[in-house]
Design a binder for this molecule. Structure first.
Ligand SMILES: Cc1ncc(COP(=O)(O)O)c(C=O)c1O
Length: 466
């Protein structure tokens, strides 16, 4: 690394997120310089197949000119305006109208009628938390303030959203979580089912445990339950059969709002426009972000039912204002790019493309089940998780000190494939535009990485050959 190289300057000046800063000071970073379709290239020209679509988010790949042009046009027209004090701008109007026109509409669910635009998934969920509290004050139930998330759920990195998330490693030494957040079971069937327990029986146990959690904590004090249709940051964990069908009546029974966090699932990731459609969810609020703009601009949206919005309106009239807002929220350039993204999904048939390639993707990953390091493969749409196990059939995990997931991830990186390990589970969420040849390349590279790590483990006598 030369003294003035970009990597040296990066090391000197940049604080990296979710990074071991000591390791970083020693090893430095990988700096990406350009993108093309499902690939990104680093400053040495090395190509990587981005099987995580950046942060589960670059749905249209890394070189969609129409999004760049939409941003450029909007910058020339009106580069900034806000939505404070009843002022606004056309791109936000067009985007909210468009978003609501494609919002999830499930039988038996209240219609989503309004959008609070935000800048990130975290802001969006943070605002949803504030609205759970605001709403219950507005309707005269000020005790209904506790919020339930789930273990290994992930909803963001603000003080409140990380408290809602079930990620103890992200609480540590930040003096979190805040009080008032409860966590239900992680519905990870493969890891946690009892011997002989079917998926439905497991889901029933999850639902019973949720009801017990509610009863133990006084239902009159519980305001909302947040869930991702498929848990992303927890490791791409698809819900077991019947799970949401069993959970939702419990929420209704105790008058608990349901917030569906569609920040990863929204816009086709599960093979439908919304995870709510895939799993027949009937939420009171829906948060979305990431793929809303294919991540070309920071923007997210919180959709609300009439019941919530009417209460907010009355409350703001009573106390003088809906006193909530950020400078960069509903940024016109971000709105224009998001609107163009939604138009591309519609006109290019992006969701139909996901439906066509998802079976190929999932079959390709399932073909890895014969590998000695692979215990389980599960997914839906273009969203999958692979469980690495010392003994898959016996569900025996590796000794965490072996860092098998991290080693597989590092090996993938060396081979030019970007995946995400969550302990010993590997997540895959490639750009939605991925094609069959690229899926085949992804699987081949991943198998090579598994082979290399397996050979190391056998060579070091950490595991016996199978
Ligand atoms: C389900 C979910 N919700 C919320 C967030 C937070 O979004 P952001 O990183 O844009 O703040 C994420 C980020 O990965 C997420 O996966």
């Amino acid at each position: 690394m030369t003294v003035n190289s970009a990597r040296a300057r990066d090391r000197a000046f940049v604080v990296h997120q979710h990074t071991n800063l000591e390791d970083h000071a020693r090893d430095g970073s990988t700096l990406m310089t350009r993108g093309d379709g499902v690939y990104v290239y680093d400053e040495d020209g090395k190509r990587y197949l981005e099987a995580m679509a950046g942060m589960w988010s670059v749905s249209l790949g890394f070189s969609e000119r129409r999004l760049a042009e939409a941003a450029y046009r909007q910058m020339l027209q009106l580069p900034y305006y806000h939505t404070f004090y009843s002022r606004g701008h056309l791109p936000s109007v067009d985007l909210c109208e468009k978003l609501l026109s494609i919002a999830p509409r499930q039988p038996g669910a209240d219609e989503l009628v309004k959008v609070v635009l935000q800048g990130s998934g975290s802001e969006c969920n943070d605002t949803a938390i504030k609205l759970v509290w605001y709403y219950h004050n507005a309707i005269g139930k000020p005790r209904k303030k506790k919020i339930i998330g789930r273990h290994r759920g992930y909803h963001g990195n603000t003080i409140a959203t990380i408290s809602l998330s079930g990620m103890p490693t992200m609480y540590r030494d930040f003096d979190l979580p805040l009080s008032g957040f409860l966590h239900a079971d992680n519905p990870h069937y493969y890891r946690f089912h009892e011997v002989g327990e079917t998926e439905l029986q497991f889901s029933q146990r999850m639902a019973d445990n949720l009801e017990k959690l509610i009863l133990d904590n006084d239902p009159e004090t519980i305001g909302a339950f947040f869930a991702e249709p498929v848990q992303g940051g927890g490791g791409a964990i698809v819900p077991p059969a019947g799970y949401f069908d069993l959970i939702q009546p419990i929420l209704t029974k105790y008058d608990i709002l349901f917030v569906a966090d569609e920040v990863i699932c929204g816009f086709g990731r599960t093979g439908q426009m919304w995870g709510c459609q895939t799993y027949n969810l009937r939420p009171d609020m829906v948060t979305c972000g990431k793929q809303l703009s294919s991540s070309y601009q920071p923007i997210s949206g919180l959709m609300l039912t009439k019941r919530i919005y009417d209460a907010m309106t009355a409350q703001s009239g009573k106390i003088g204002s809906f006193a909530h807002g950020f400078t960069f929220v509903a940024h016109p350039v971000a709105c224009a790019v998001a609107l163009e993204t939604l138009n591309i999904y519609e006109h290019d048939g992006t969701i139909e493309h996901v439906q066509a390639v998802a079976p190929i993707f999932l079959d390709a990953l399932r073909s890895l089940l014969d590998h000695p390091l692979v215990g389980d493969v599960r997914g839906i749409g273009l969203f999958a998780g692979i469980e690495l196990m010392a003994d898959g059939a016996q569900r025996m995990p590796f000794d965490p000190n072996l860092k098998v997931g991290q080693r597989v991830q590092d090996e993938c990186m060396r081979l030019g494939l970007i995946v995400r390990c969550v302990v010993d589970r590997i997540a895959f969420t490639p750009p939605l535009i991925i094609n069959e040849a690229e899926i085949s390349e992804l699987t081949t590279l991943f198998r090579q990485a598994l082979d290399i790590v397996h050979a190391e483990l056998v060579g070091d006598h950490e595991i016996s050959p199978q």
